[in-house]
Design a protein around this ligand. Structure first.
Ligand SMILES: [Zn+2]
Length: 335
């Protein structure tokens, strides 16, 4: 009896220790992804006009410029840690946003386009709009995040199912699509398929940033077209009417989907628009600051290496285009 009791205590201690070790590992994981050094065709450029450049700043934060006009997708810089996300209110780090915009040499933006209202897309966007004079475009939920942050109503535009916007030579179409499917617990935590129906409370928590509908963003420009698919979801046939040589493709959560889903996702995005250059986005661990370099999501949470391999295989078999990896702050000439 005594022996069984001690065995039980030992088992519980062992279980607690392994849980603690796993938690420690998850909180401290910072290794770069193996095999992720296959960066291709990278170049640092300053836009002198007559070329279309893209700068990647992690998750699906992107800056597009043709030398005359600049537009930003999402504008997420704060990247709260997992501890903050779980236990504290989450708020934009304004000095960090200011220094990031300075690093990007941005004083003015025509627009900030928000892919959806989760914190890793929308939480900093109103501050970016405020600091750059941009108009913020997004769902009604994104508008409610912006209102809470004090952005002027004149700088907030709600987009419905589809809307085309003009900024200089850019013609941007936001098309309501779908978010990546997520497990039930995550769906609850992140308000999957739910809206933010009133301005956020003064000290918002992670659970306040509900999805609010997700957009695919098509960018038409005389130099060439681009698709930004921030979240790994699709609606059959939705993107067929659009053409884009370059696709920025969200891969977060893709490793948790079935082989069929992944194939259909690639087909409904890359094949639909006729992509010849694909740049994966939303592969980084957005609970860590950008620092010198992005690190991929933890493999136990999301196996990015597998998703990139699946994407490369699909492209090899079907599209024959090039796959380009970008690190944070990299600028590439697209056209
Ligand atoms: Zn999301």
């Amino acid at each position: 009896m005594k022996r069984t009791f001690f065995s039980l205590i030992l088992m519980i201690c062992g279980l607690v220790l392994s849980l603690l070790a796993t938690a420690f590992y998850l909180f401290n994981y910072k290794e770069p992804l193996e095999g992720f050094d296959q960066t291709l065709q990278m170049q640092t450029v300053s836009n002198q006009g007559n070329q279309l450049t893209a700068t990647f700043i992690g998750t699906s934060t992107l800056l597009f410029s043709d030398g005359d006009s600049a537009i930003m997708i999402d504008g997420f810089f704060t990247r709260p840690t997992i501890k903050t996300l779980l236990w504290k209110p989450i708020q934009p780090d304004i000095p960090l946003i200011k220094s990031s915009l300075k690093r990007l040499n941005i004083t003015q933006l025509k627009s900030v386009i928000v892919a959806h209202s989760h914190h890793d897309h929308a939480m900093d966007a109103p501050i970016v709009a405020q600091l750059t004079g941009a108009t913020l475009f997004g769902s009604g939920s994104t508008a409610n995040i912006a209102r809470a942050s004090g952005l002027a109503e004149t700088q907030i535009e709600v987009v419905g199912a589809k809307r085309t916007l003009s900024f200089g030579q850019f013609k941007v179409t936001m098309i309501k699509s779908k978010h990546t499917p997520v497990p039930a617990a995550m769906a609850w935590l992140t308000g999957h398929g739910k809206d933010i129906s009133q301005p956020l409370p003064p000290k918002p928590r992670l659970t306040d940033f509900k999805e609010g509908g997700s957009y695919a963003v098509h960018i038409k420009h005389p130099l060439g077209n681009i698709l930004v698919q921030a979240s790994g979801g699709y609606i059959s046939g939705l993107l067929e009417p659009y053409q884009a040589d370059v696709v920025f493709l969200g891969v977060a959560g893709l490793s948790k989907q079935s082989e069929q889903f992944k194939h259909d996702y690639f087909k409904e995005t890359l094949h639909a628009v006729g992509a010849i250059k694909v740049i994966p986005i939303h592969w980084d661990n957005f609970m860590r600051p950008i620092g010198k370099a992005l690190v991929p999501a933890h493999p136990l949470i999301d196996n990015i290496e597998q998703s990139i391999t699946d994407l490369a295989d699909y492209m090899h078999d079907n599209e024959k285009g090039s796959l380009i990896m970008m690190q944070a702050w990299d600028t590439i000439t697209l056209y």
